[in-house]
Design a protein around this ligand. Structure first.
Ligand code: ZN
Length: 89
């Protein structure tokens, strides 16, 4: 999270409106291993377009644990606006 006085706004590439941020956790079990997937994504309130910012998959099985992190979607497919936060008071 930015704390240096800048605010990041993600705009829908189609509608140019601010997108809402969501975080979702999915758990699934397959062939003896437990998989937890955490998806952080933005959704446009107008057209419903979804842009995945980060995807983290944690798999714990008989052989051990593995973590896969995918992170890049936002910079490729969204309009990111960084604007200074004006101090009030
Ligand atoms: Zn849109």
């Amino acid at each position: 999270m930015p704390s240096d006085g800048n605010e990041i706004e993600v705009l829908c590439p189609k509608c140019k409106v601010p997108m809402n941020f969501y975080s979702r956790t999915e758990r699934s079990t397959k062939s003896g291993s437990v998989e937890t997937k955490i998806v952080r994504y933005y959704r446009c309130p107008v057209c419903g377009r979804v842009i995945v910012d980060e995807e983290l998959t944690i798999r714990i099985g008989p052989d051990g644990a593995s973590i896969v992190n995918k992170h890049n979607g936002l910079s490729k497919s969204a309009i990111i606006v960084v604007k200074p936060v004006s101090r009030v008071g």
